[in-house]
Design a protein around this ligand. Structure first.
Ligand SMILES: Cc1ncc(COP(=O)(O)O)c(C=O)c1O
Length: 406
């Protein structure tokens, strides 16, 4: 690798950053000189969160106390914030509610989907490489509903769906490899087989195009602490397609999803619309931190986001190819744009040690067992220069006989 080529890449990074329409959005985040490529695990802190939370704590909680459920709009925050997420996942208002963890929402969505299916549809398909929580919960959902689970590679779910399939639970992006699955195609194939499609959007929403309404998705869930930057443990969201809402039979019918929560009736009557996905008292501090975090999207043209994601990952792959010692890393993230998430996963010997050495050099990605280095690219704040610096540091670590070598 010549110094000329390295300089050329560094110059290109500077040019790309200068021309980036999302470049100024980075200033809305608390970031420093390190290269943060772990936003696919925990998004960076938006600067507006702290003052908002300070006000929520000191004024809304500290002074208004109980009055804030009404006067500060706490009670309706789950739907209101759901409607703020809706445009990022291609949903019209009134179909998204925020609350509980992703795992809990996977449970609600999958059980409700199976309850919509006829009894003779006896199986639930699950993407075989799923994030583990989805698989565990699908097994429990199957036991509770008297169905069985069949694990099928995500790319084969469309072909596997048949007359016995009640629903399929699929990850939009594989968390380990960064592979983006064909949401419109798989959803259409499931529908052709008479089954429902439940998607986990944790690794796509906020970075990639998602068009739930247009693609006919039945139910979907996603977290808000990755590309939506809601903070550690921020609540997840649940999308229930409007046409399905009257049939959404929640397996967790808490008092918050009752048609008249303060009627305190012994019998359960479900609320109409998105609130039917609620369970108990909303986690107000986390919800309102997320609300403030979503302000970073003001003025952002949503199509700019996936366009930058692909340009960033293309550029990172090019830099790794040019700078890293030959044969030491291999991308397991697809090269095809239509199959690529907003991360690059590199298979690498001694990956854990290599990532440790990168973090020590100020390049923060993460490691997934047994041998994957993950680098997440958040289009709202990752710079092309970050991609270049990460590839440069990786090349240095791999070339250093004292570091990251098996
Ligand atoms: C694809 C996917 N689904 C589910 C989860 C788990 O979500 P939670 O911990 O919010 O329940 C994660 C967490 O990273 C994930 O990546």
């Amino acid at each position: 690798m010549s110094d000329v080529r390295a300089r050329d890449l560094a110059e290109r990074a500077a040019d790309l950053d200068a021309a980036d329409p999302l470049g100024p959005v980075r200033h809305r985040f608390a970031l420093d000189d390190s290269v943060y490529l772990d936003g696919n695990s925990l998004g960076a802190l938006p600067l507006g969160v702290l003052p908002r939370l300070s006000d929520v704590v000191t004024h809304e909680w500290g002074q208004l106390r109980i009055r804030s459920w009404d006067e500060s709009g706490w009670w309706t925050a789950p739907e209101r914030i759901g409607d703020r997420i809706a445009p990022l996942i291609g949903a019209a208002p009134g179909q998204v509610v925020v609350g509980d963890s992703t795992s809990v929402n996977v449970f609600k969505a999958l059980v409700a989907a199976v309850r919509m299916a006829p009894e003779d549809r006896t199986e639930i398909l699950v993407d075989a490489a799923t994030f583990p929580t989805d698989g565990y919960i699908a097994s429990s959902a199957a036991r509770l509903t008297g169905r069985t689970v069949r694990a099928v590679p995500a790319g084969e779910i469309a072909a596997a769906a048949g007359e016995r399939t009640a629903a399929a639970l699929v990850n939009h992006v594989d968390y380990r490899t960064g592979r983006l699955h064909d949401l419109p195609g798989v959803t259409a194939a499931l529908h052709a087989a008479g089954a429902l499609a439940v998607w986990d959007l944790c690794h796509s929403a906020g970075a990639l195009p998602v068009a739930l309404d247009e693609d006919g998705v039945d139910l979907a869930v996603g977290c808000t602490y990755k590309y939506l930057n809601g903070g550690p443990g921020s609540p997840a969201y649940l999308y229930v397609r409007r046409a399905h809402q009257p049939r959404f039979d929640s397996p967790l019918p808490g008092w918050n999803s009752h048609a008249d929560p303060f009627g305190m009736e012994p019998a359960y009557t479900p609320a109409e619309g998105a609130p039917r996905g609620r369970v108990g008292t909303p986690e107000i501090l986390s919800l309102l931190a997320l609300d403030a975090a979503l302000d970073v999207w003001h003025g952002v043209s949503v199509p700019d986001v996936p366009a930058k994601s692909l340009r960033l990952t293309d550029f990172f792959l090019e830099c790794v190819d040019a700078l890293a010692p030959a044969g030491r890393v291999e991308s397991v993230t697809p090269a095809a744009h239509a199959e690529r998430g907003s991360q690059v996963s590199l298979r690498c010997a001694a990956a854990e040690e290599v990532m440790g050495a990168l973090i020590a050099r100020g390049v923060v990605g993460d490691f997934r067992r047994p041998d994957v280095l993950r680098f997440g690219f958040t289009p709202l704040y990752t710079r092309y220069a970050d991609a270049w610096r990460a590839a440069r540091a990786l090349a240095d670590v791999l070339a250093d006989p004292n570091e990251g070598n098996p």
